[in-house]
Design a protein around this ligand. Structure first.
Ligand code: SAM
Length: 227
């Protein structure tokens, strides 16, 4: 349960040096000049599972910090080990990805500041079929308010599922939300990230092996006049 993992009280309390030690060396030179501002996490993979997306994204966006959020303890530990092993066998690579064990439905604002994220991923989330369990879905109007808050204007939210009904649900929530707008098809086709949605994760590979169909919804965070 929640009591078994630490929750940062605010994004300032997230110790990035633990996650990305190469980006946060203990000794910053001690010179006269002010150090450059520290990098911030820009991508979040929500419900990252075994981490295949992070591993695929890492070399595509070297220098961009990304984090996976995963509820299951053992799975989170596996992803940590996987990343450490990749760093060890590929020096200078995979330093920009990490994972945290948390309940993303409760603690997104504890991890990210307003307008911090440029990409959020929701790949093959649990479907929660029954009507009474729809409130447990990781995409909902309420949660989209939170995601909109932590996303930069222009940032992109990527969702994919093999469950048609869930795909329609995620799309309709995003369509109804005033702070998101569908990314045009030509842009989706040109986006190198999109191919990873259906190939990089463990769940996507399972679906592909079984010849399953997938349904994606890819939306941009937009601004309102008032903002
Ligand atoms: N995205 C991965 C993939 O495509 O292979 C994993 C998909 S798996 C079906 C859904 C994952 O979401 C599981 O690993 C589950 O533990 C995680 N999850 C479910 N609810 C969560 C929550 N509230 N916070 C964080 N992770 C959650």
């Amino acid at each position: 349960s929640d009591s078994h993992f630490p929750v940062p009280v605010s994004p300032d309390e997230v110790d990035l040096s633990q996650h990305y030690p190469r980006y946060f060396p203990a000794d910053n030179g001690g010179g006269e000049e002010a150090p450059p501002p520290p990098p911030r996490i820009r991508f979040a993979d929500v419900g990252c599972g075994f981490g295949g997306l992070l591993v695929g994204l890492s070399p595509l966006f070297p220098g961009t910090l990304m984090i996976g959020m995963e509820l299951r303890d053992k799975v989170t530990e596996y992803v940590k080990e996987r990343i450490l092993a990749l760093r060890a066998s590929n020096p200078g690579q995979y330093d920009n990805i990490s994972v945290v064990r948390t309940n993303s439905m409760k603690y997104i604002p504890n991890y990210f500041r307003k307008a911090q994220l440029t990409k959020m991923f929701f790949l093959f989330p649990d479907p929660h079929f029954k009507e009474k369990n729809h409130r447990r879905r990781v995409i909902s109007m309420q949660l989209l308010d939170e995601y909109a808050y932590v996303m930069e204007v222009g940032g992109i939210i990527y969702t994919i599922t093999d469950v048609e009904e869930l795909g329609e649900w995620m799309r309709s929530c995003l369509e109804k939300h005033p702070l998101f707008e569908a990314v045009p098809d030509e842009e989706i086709k040109a986006d190198p990230v999109v191919k990873l949605l259906s190939t990089a994760t463990e769940e996507s590979q399972k679906v592909a092996r079984n010849g399953g169909q997938t349904f994606h919804a890819i939306f941009r965070r937009i601004s309102l006049q008032e903002e």
